[in-house]
Design a protein around this ligand. Structure first.
Ligand SMILES: C[S@@+](CC[C@H](N)C(=O)[O-])C[C@H]1O[C@@H](n2cnc3c(N)ncnc32)[C@H](O)[C@@H]1O
Length: 360
């Protein structure tokens, strides 16, 4: 599938503060995660875990992670933000050529050598999802630029709730969500299995996501939600920077670059073939929304094989509807209260959670 050849994600859209509550990483733990935009392995490297195995079957995502790691290892914080594209810089490609490229594997360097424009523009907004949200944000700005600007000024949730109720929540915006996220339309603007292939949780996925957005705006300040800012402005404000883009995150990751191993391949196969009882934490992003139920069950068998007793898992879902078969429910001890809490606390408002411990 062509999807697994492109750089699809570059910024991230999952709240680490939420993920950390599910994974409860201890000093010395071994963790497995999905690479995607690299936020998961970078955030795991901010903990005291002993090792992170980061897997993606799309090598573009793994090369992005290599690039982010090399930038953190070789640039000071301000240069790092500028190189990533968070702050302005006319020298990104020169920085890449002189400082970062020598740190990369020949495969990763070959990959980036043919993507000069992406590097010059700043890779953090160059994933296909981030480029699409940039186009959507420009369109939405034409129709509700003043409202978007106002929404991002609120420091008081009560005032924001009133604004959302009286000015933000309109039939026109609702219809826009229904249209853009309807699979028969979305497949023409972004072929992404998570968006168009496994649309099982809601008959009207656009309306479902719209209401998740309203719920998020009644719970969290818009200026703290990276996903909301990405959709409505195409950029993320420092207040909503993911930890790997903060000075604290950069500093912690810079001390731990030797603790990660990147694997290109299918995570289901990797975990199924793994030696038993190897890992303490499983950060699976929303790959459950990228596979049918049968493959999801193979993923569950793989995690069970590779997991140590009491290992923690965090599995997200977008608009798919996966279930843990009855015969596995005693082994996958879910925490429904925590799942609800995380769903409410996640500021990137599109996820549901399957979290808990592995009983072995
Ligand atoms: C939905 S994305 C995660 C996006 C995430 N929210 C982000 O922004 O980082 C899922 C990622 O998992 C990868 N993926 C999906 N199924 C996989 C599998 N079976 N094995 C390995 N990687 C997989 C895709 O290539 C993609 O990079």
């Amino acid at each position: 599938m062509d999807f697994y050849k492109h750089l699809n994600y570059s910024l991230g859209n999952e709240d680490w503060c939420v993920e950390a509550q599910a994974l409860r990483v201890n000093s010395g733990d071994r963790a497995v995660c999905v690479t995607a935009s690299g936020d998961r392995p970078l955030h795991l490297l901010m903990t005291d875990c002993a090792e992170v195995i980061s897997i993606d079957m799309n090598h573009a995502q793994n090369y992005l992670f290599d690039l982010k790691m090399a930038a953190i290892a070789t640039l000071d914080y301000e240069q790092y933000l500028a190189f990533m594209g968070c702050t302005p810089s006319p020298h990104r490609y020169a920085i890449y050529k002189n400082t970062i490229a020598p740190q990369l594997s020949s495969e990763a360097a070959a990959f980036w050598a043919s993507r000069k424009t992406m590097l010059a523009r700043g890779v953090v907004y160059q994933g296909r999802v981030e480029r699409l949200t940039n186009v959507i944000a420009k369109l939405l700005h034409v129709f509700r630029g003043a409202k978007i600007k106002k929404l991002l000024t609120f420091d008081d949730i009560e005032a924001q709730r009133h604004f959302v109720k009286t000015e933000w929540d309109t039939k026109a915006l609702r219809k826009a969500f229904e249209l853009i996220i309807h699979p028969s339309f979305s497949k023409h603007i972004l072929q992404d299995p998570g968006l168009n292939s496994y649309v099982e949780f809601a008959n009207k996925p656009g309306l479902y996501i719209y209401h998740r957005m309203l719920n998020c705006l009644n719970t969290h300040l818009a200026k703290k939600s990276a996903l909301l800012q990405l959709v409505f402005t195409g950029k993320v404000l420092p207040d909503a920077y993911f930890p790997y883009l903060t000075l604290d995150g950069y500093t912690k990751i810079r001390r731990s670059t030797g603790r990660v191993n990147v694997v290109r391949g299918n995570i289901v196969e990797y975990l199924t073939k793994s030696e038993p009882n190897q890992f303490d934490c499983f950060s699976m992003s929303d790959i459950a929304s990228y596979m049918p139920q049968a493959i999801f069950e193979a993923l569950l068998r793989g995690i069970h094989n590779a997991a140590k007793p009491n290992a923690r898992f965090c599995i997200r879902e977008f608009i798919s509807k996966r279930s843990i078969p009855r015969e596995w429910q005693a082994i996958y001890k879910r925490d429904p209260l925590l799942e609800k809490k995380l769903e409410q606390e996640e500021k990137n408002f599109v996820y549901r959670f399957i979290v808990g411990d592995i009983q072995k």
